[in-house]
Design a protein. Structure first.
Ligand code: PLP
Length: 388
């Protein structure tokens, strides 16, 4: 019998040692020993499953990966040092020079840089569709297109893409569907259920959830992960055993943490929606969200990110940040601490106003990563900063 989500997150464990420890210990070892020549030969020939070297695998990283595989309903996976190394290694392993990607324009900043500045070095180019132009995707597909790439919900505007529809298009044209599921976590959304071939996470965000370590993971079909694994074990973007140990513990509480994050975020969204200095609030589980129905179809809850448009544009956005007392001004998200960013003056300040608008970033857009502090304290801080 397969366990439920919360049980897998807690009960999947690496084998106990002779010390009968209850909680998985930290395996800080770069390599592993063999019993004899035959054991060594068979291990290298992959005739037996055995850890050889921690760039390939390690009990801590395996435990972490096995949990994510179970939580996402995948066949296999590999853990990376960061979310970006998971994104890069997936492209590098699955594409050849001359291949083409179709991607949503609203993707994480570094992913956008990878697609526009670095992959073209190997003659791998990308065509973009806007969030409300899913019907244009088929016009962008070329004979050499291999991957359809998207995030949902998107960063920072919290737009939702219809995963079922993306999968239909991908399957019709023989493309691999690769989904960055970071904002949803494996708890809120499982893209594989909707047909995704590879699911990527930055474990740095809600999976750690406490702002401590970086990490990434890619899970999906066995034969694709095998390619990603072979690329990675030779190029070296592996997750450290220490980070895997931290992240595997974090997964034990993912469901309860994310439940509370979502409860707080919905309350923040409802508060903002009723405020006179706020123009527009975007939260997937608010009825006013343009893709509310799709969000309800594919997500368990709305996530912890709320985006809103402050009246008064760039200046009002900056002033709001300066008046915030408790919430942190920081680049991370998915922390226990509520974090506020103003993309137009920070993460996306290098883009022209026009390019920003294309990804849904207006000058007054504020992104709140709602944390786990008491909801009254979060709302009170926002309330006093909105009085201007
Ligand atoms: C943060 C993030 C990444 C990159 O992850 P790192 O762990 O910082 O490398 C990728 N995708 C999304 C959606 C993210 O939010």
């Amino acid at each position: 019998m397969e366990n439920n989500f919360e049980t897998s997150a807690i009960r999947i464990q690496s084998e106990r040692t002779q010390f009968s420890e209850h909680s998985t210990p930290l395996y800080l070892t770069s390599s592993f020993v063999f019993d004899d020549a035959e054991d060594m030969r068979a291990s290298f020939a992959e005739e037996k499953e055995k850890n050889l070297y921690s760039r390939f695998s390690n009990p801590n990283t395996s435990e972490f990966v096995n949990k994510i595989v179970a939580m996402e309903g995948a066949e296999s996976g590999y853990a990376f040092a960061t979310g970006m190394s998971a994104v890069f290694s997936t492209f590098a392993a699955l594409l050849n020079a001359g291949d083409h990607i179709v991607s949503c324009r609203s993707v994480f900043g570094s992913t956008h840089s990878l697609l526009t500045k670095f992959l073209p070095k190997w003659n791998i180019n990308t065509s973009y569709f806007k969030i409300n132009e899913i019907d244009q995707i088929e016009n962008l597909i070329q004979p050499n297109t291999k991957i359809l790439y998207a995030e949902s919900p998107t960063n920072p505007a919290v737009d939702i893409l219809d995963l079922e529809l993306l999968n239909k298009i991908a399957k019709k044209h023989g493309l691999l569907l690769v989904i960055d599921n970071c904002f949803a976590t494996p708890y809120l959304q499982n893209p594989i259920k909707f047909g995704a071939d590879i699911v990527i996470h930055s474990a740095t965000k809600l999976i750690d959830g406490q702002g401590r370590v970086l990490g990434g993971v890619a899970v999906g079909k066995e034969e694709l992960i095998r390619e990603i694994y072979l690329f990675s074990r030779n190029t070296g973007p592996a997750m450290s055993p220490f980070n895997a140990w931290v992240l595997s513990k974090s997964l034990e509480t993912l469901a309860v943490r994310v439940d509370k994050h979502c409860e707080n975020a919905l309350k923040v969204a409802e508060f903002l929606e009723s405020h006179s200095n706020v123009n527009l609030v975007k939260y997937p589980f608010l009825k006013s969200h343009p893709q509310y129905k799709i969000a309800k179809k594919q997500m368990k809850l709305g996530g912890n990110i709320v985006a809103f448009e402050i009246k008064g544009g760039l200046d009002a956005g900056r002033k709001f940040l300066d008046t915030i007392k408790m919430c942190s001004l920081s680049a991370n998200l998915g922390d226990t601490r509520t974090i506020i960013t103003h993309p137009a003056s920070t993460t996306h300040n290098k883009l022209s106003s026009e390019d920003r608008l294309e990804t849904g970033i207006t000058d007054g857009l504020v992104r709140v990563s709602v944390g786990l502090e008491h909801i009254e304290d979060i709302i009170n801080d926002l309330k006093q900063a909105l009085k201007y």
